[in-house]
Design a protein around this ligand. Structure first.
Ligand SMILES: Cc1cc2nc3c(=O)[nH]c(=O)nc-3n(C[C@H](O)[C@H](O)[C@H](O)COP(=O)(O)O)c2cc1C
Length: 321
């Protein structure tokens, strides 16, 4: 397989494991890279740049193949020395690409390029993709309404978004939101994308480091079993329909709503505890509508092999029509 994304990242299969808070760690992400895709290590998994640097050492010991680091840019937060140091560490450790997400990355483009790193920016709308292209990023990921995590506030599904982004952009495009198998990969490439990002699908793998109950929740879920929370604080968040998400929506139904008011339900600490204990009702669990397509918990290696085979079946079907 050869696309502008396989060329840009030096990978074999244009499938990227999306950044995942608390889960994007070397023992897992390295397996995606080893299987021919691109794994992503999250900077947010580490409390300090020192810990993050050690994680990259671990990553480099586990794989010599290209991988990505996800850096979350909080809206309204200025880029501090800490982020610039993160980028320098990535440069020193040979990180292939940085994926920024959250707000306009224009003030990081030069630093990322000076460190010799490919800059991918993730957005939920074509207008932001065009701004990122103008700012000089090398590729964009555009995620639709279906996606697990943050789908933005325009509520446009991935079919329209992928095709529209492919038509408007000149730089390589990674499509995301609802893609969970090789048929989705083939569809995205047919629409003009150069690769796909998958989040929800990768959570339900044997090696993803969270309690099996959450993986079974994904397997048992239908495409109707997600909720969109946090719209009241302009930070829409697609999560599994569970007790915690319902509690969040109840709090949101009573104005005024502030982040402080929601914090007891949306806190990351609550997520860390539930991911370990297996209480699937006790945290906000990012999960996309693609959960309805997930029927098994394979190893990462098996998953990547299945995606490739399904892609080939899809292409064969198209060719025979
Ligand atoms: C459990 C989980 C955690 C996520 N955490 C992050 C994150 O920390 N940063 C980020 O940019 N995206 C995050 N995402 C979004 C994914 O990187 C990806 O964009 C999204 O899952 C794609 O949609 P899909 O779930 O339909 O595959 C997360 C997704 C999931 C499922």
């Amino acid at each position: 397989m050869k696309t502008r994304i396989t060329d840009l990242l030096g990978i074999e299969i244009p499938v990227i494991q999306g950044g995942m808070q608390h889960l994007g760690v070397p023992s897992f992400a390295s397996l995606v890279s080893e299987a021919g895709g691109a794994g992503t290590v999250n900077r947010t998994c580490y409390g300090s740049n020192e810990e993050f640097e050690k994680a990259l050492d671990e990553m480099n010991a586990l794989t010599s193949r290209p991988y990505i680091v996800n850096i979350s840019l909080l809206p309204d937060a200025s880029v501090g020395d800490d982020t610039l140091e993160t980028i320098r560490i990535c440069g020193r450790k040979g990180v292939k690409a940085i994926e920024t997400a959250g707000t306009n990355p224009a003030n990081l483009v030069d630093a990322i390029h000076e460190a010799g790193i490919v800059h991918i920016h993730k957005v939920p709308a074509v207008r932001y993709a065009l701004s990122a292209q103008k700012a000089g990023v090398d590729a964009v990921t555009v995620v639709g309404y279906e996606c697990g995590g943050h789908p933005g506030r325009y509520d446009v599904g991935s079919i329209v978004l992928t095709r529209k982004a492919a038509k408007e952009l000149e730089i390589p495009l990674i499509a995301g939101g609802g893609y969970a198998d090789g048929y989705g990969l083939a569809a995205a490439l047919c629409m003009g994308a150069d690769g796909v990002v998958m989040g929800t699908r990768f959570v339900a793998t044997k090696e993803c480091l969270l309690h099996d109950n959450f993986k079974q929740l994904i397997v048992n879920a239908t495409e109707n079993d997600t909720l969109l929370c946090q719209q009241s604080i302009r930070n829409a968040f697609r999560v599994a329909d569970n007790g915690c998400a319902r509690e969040c929506l109840e709090l949101e139904a009573e104005p005024p709503v502030t982040i402080e008011k929601l914090m007891p339900v949306i806190s990351g600490q609550r997520q860390i505890a539930a991911f370990a204990s297996g209480d699937t009702d006790d945290c906000m669990f990012p999960m996309g509508m693609s959960a309805g397509l997930v029927e098994d918990v394979p190893t990462v290696g098996e998953l990547m092999k299945n995606i490739k085979e399904e892609y080939e079946q899809a292409v064969a079907t198209l060719t025979s029509i």
